[in-house]
Structures are given as C-alpha cells and as structure tokens.
Design a protein around this ligand. Structure first.
Ligand SMILES: [Zn+2]
Ligand SMILES: [Zn+2]
Length: 139
C-alpha cells in the first residue's frame, strides 16, 4: 500500500487526515474534512483574518492534476459538500469564516469535484499571491 502524503500550510487539522481544520493565525475553526471520505483532497482558502491556508492530502498514490478542471460541484447541504454518486460527506467550510476558497477532491468512490475561484489558474499559487497583495494593502 502506498503511503499518504500531506502538505499543510497556514492551517492545522485536528487529525492528520482531516477532522476539524483550524486557522493557525486566529485559531478559529474554518471547516472540517471527513477523514474517510476522500482519496485525494486539496483545499486552498483565505481566512477572514487574512491568513492564507492550504491543505493537500494524497492517500495511497491517488495524486490528481489540479490544473485540469473537472468543473463539477458536489451537492451541498448546510455547508457540507456531499458526493453526488455515493452520498458521502467530503468536507465542510464554516459559514462566514472563510473569505474565499478553492478545492479539488476525489471521493473514495472515485468521483472527482473541483471549484476554482475565477482568478485562479493554478490552485493555491494565485490565492497566495492574493493574500500577499492583501497584506500590502493593509495599513
Ligand atoms: Zn484566521
Ligand atoms: Zn463518492
């Protein structure tokens, strides 16, 4: 079995594979990730405090090319993103705590979803630039 690869920046998950996700700067809960709901997950977000956060978890070699858009959104119910094929909850973004976010997720059933904010070509990189620009604009 291939190992799990995690890349985390600016945020920290309660459990290595997900659960509640906290902002490292203001320590608020920004959302949660279903630890058993995905093969691959990549979320980049900007917290309302201005901090930029990114989490990418690759389970057992399920790497995805995030530059390729799948243009498919999961079903949402009370901010929970749910797989349309198998009805598994994937992740949740806390209402009002996140200014903007992008994601790419592959459900354990193999279905893929993504959402990219319109200025974002390469998930994360542009968001990082955005947060840097925002910093320079603050007094
Ligand atoms: Zn924050
Ligand atoms: Zn699924």
């Amino acid at each position: 079995m291939k190992r799990t690869v995690r890349k985390v920046n600016g945020i920290h998950p309660l459990h290595p594979n997900g659960s509640l996700v906290f902002c490292e700067t203001c320590e608020k809960i920004l959302g949660s990730i279903n630890e058993r709901g995905y093969n691959y997950i990549n979320i980049a977000l900007v917290c309302t405090c201005g901090n930029y956060g990114k989490i990418e978890i690759i389970k057992g070699g399920h790497e995805n090319d995030i530059t390729k858009s799948v243009n498919k959104m999961p079903k949402t119910n009370l901010n929970v993103n749910i797989c349309r094929r198998c009805q598994r909850p994937l992740f949740q973004i806390t209402d009002g705590r996140v200014k903007s976010y992008s994601f790419y997720a592959e459900c354990v059933c193999g279905e893929k979803y993504d959402r990219k904010v319109n200025f974002d070509k390469r998930l994360g990189e542009t968001l990082k630039k955005y947060s840097e620009i925002k910093k320079t604009l603050q007094p």
